[in-house]
Design a protein around this ligand. Structure first.
Ligand code: EPZ
Length: 429
């Protein structure tokens, strides 16, 4: 398997264009199941996760065509009919969000059999709220041998869905199912992440009637059918935030473009508190640090517009060389500190107690061999490697390839010494 080697010490100077958001793209792709007309998604990232979902959608009857269109990378998805309502375990386990095909399948063809996604390195991540939402919409749900059997032969019915906790995936899933339901659905305690607003815009371009995404109450008036549409995927705020942290870590000046500054405001505030300069621009941010050491700052992850859990590992890497002690509280996932022991292999001083990590900044990290455990954890190791003395080699980077498009190229263009070491095809132990 491939690895990434980083030689620390180079500052970052240059421009990084931000790609389309992985976590939006994969839900938008699932929306193609709701119509017999083509859905053209532009600003599409090319990632392992979009490929996984493309493979599953193809099995369900969707033709998935990737190309370079007039406005950049595009994917055209077309499902004239659903040829199968079966999403097998071997495809769903590769990417949890594949589970979100369940709602659109039931909405369009009245039945589906979709594998439960199973465990995950960052926490238990159950799907009870997804199932609760589909049941509220009138689907009959049965669980057998690791599969969800869902049926609504006479179609889904609008309903009130009140989530006990905020869930991005369950809110998206409820929206994807309710657009074709008969009547009005009101989702209460909905997630407010920008990707939900993106989903609303895409569904409305397809002829749906969705209002309120981005607020805790989303109202959907069901329609009988949806049409094809063209939609541009929202910029990836986590990729943007990751490179903003990388610039603050390595020093120099990096301009992030093709994005929106408000998508990472909670991170920008923390970067400024730590001593980096963040200039908000029309299409992104410029992040600068002039060589002086950053100060330790505390943070707590929270649903949007709070500090994103998907940027916690990267910020922890930043704090490993800051001046003082930083307390980092993870409140979204219970097991999301797997990067801490790997950062410690690079010389970081971190202790974890339950949902809180204490990071005492050290003057210098040392390059070492480390292992990626999940997508955001792996990029935190790359960020630490940017300032570690000598070489850092990150293995299991298939995690990175799931969510960061052309990472080596983007960082390399700003002067980072990052190279991919091609593997021999053998799995790593
Ligand atoms: C999405 O996951 C993202 N994934 C995650 O990004 C992100 O970390 C997360 O939202 C939070 O922002 C995608 O969009 C594909 P949740 P999701 O449902 O939807 C609990 C990355 O690195 N919960 O908002 O799965 C759950 O266990 C990934 O790109 C239930 O209890 O997150 C968690 O503690 C990692 N029952 C909390 O809710 C349910 O039915 C929030 O999870 C669903 C969720």
């Amino acid at each position: 398997m491939d690895r990434i080697a980083i030689t620390g010490g180079a500052q970052l100077n240059g421009v990084i264009p931000v790609s389309g958001a992985k976590n939006s793209a994969i839900k938008l792709m699932a929306a193609s199941l709701l119509t017999d007309e083509p859905l053209r998604l532009t600003n599409m990232p090319r990632l392992a996760d979009t490929r996984f979902l493309g493979k599953l959608l193809t099995r369900l009857g969707v033709s998935v065509t990737e190309s370079d269109g007039p406005d950049g990378q595009q994917t055209i998805l077309h499902a004239p009919e659903i040829t199968s309502g079966f999403a097998p375990y071997d495809l769903v386990r590769q990417m949890r969000a594949s589970f979100n095909v369940l709602g659109p399948l039931v909405a369009r063809s009245g039945q589906a059999k979709v594998s439960l996604p199973g465990g995950c390195t960052i926490g238990a991540r159950p799907v009870d709220l997804h199932l609760q939402a589909l049941e509220a919409l009138g689907a009959k749900i049965d669980l057998h041998e690791g599969y969800v059997y869902a049926q609504a032969p006479r179609g889904l019915k609008g309903a009130e869905i009140s989530f006990p906790i905020v869930s991005v995936g369950a809110t998206e899933h409820a929206m994807l199912a309710a657009v074709l339901a008969d009547g009005v659905t009101v989702i209460k305690n909905a997630a407010c992440e920008p990707e939900l607003v993106d989903l609303q815009e895409c569904l409305n371009a397809m002829g749906a009637k969705v209002e309120g995404a981005g607020t805790p109450t989303v109202t959907i008036t069901g329609v009988a059918r949806l049409n094809g549409a063209t939609h541009s995927v929202i910029p990836d705020r986590i990729e943007m935030g990751t490179y903003a942290v990388a610039a603050a870590m390595a020093g120099g000046e990096v301009r992030l473009t093709k994005a929106r500054p408000e998508l990472i405001e909670s991170l920008s505030v923390k970067l400024e508190e730590a001593g980096a300069t963040v200039v908000r621009t029309e299409d992104g941010v410029i992040v600068k640090r002039n060589g002086s050491r950053l100060n330790a700052v505390d943070l707590e992850t929270a649903p949007f517009p709070g500090f994103a859990t998907d940027l916690q590992a990267q910020f922890m890497a930043l704090m490993t060389t800051a001046n003082g002690e930083s307390r980092i509280r993870e409140t979204i996932f219970e097991n999301r500190f797997m990067h801490a022991p790997e950062l410690m292999r690079l010389g970081a001083d971190i202790s974890v107690h339950g949902g809180e990590a204490r990071v005492r900044g050290v003057a210098q990290l040392e390059g070492a061999e480390v292992m990626a455990t999940d997508l955001r954890a792996s990029v935190s190791l790359v960020i630490a490697g940017l300032v570690a003395r000598g070489e850092t080699v990150v293995s299991r980077i298939y995690h990175l390839d799931r969510g960061f498009e052309r990472l080596e190229e983007k960082l390399g263009a700003c002067g980072a010494q990052v190279r991919r070491i091609k593997g021999d095809g053998e799995p790593e132990l």
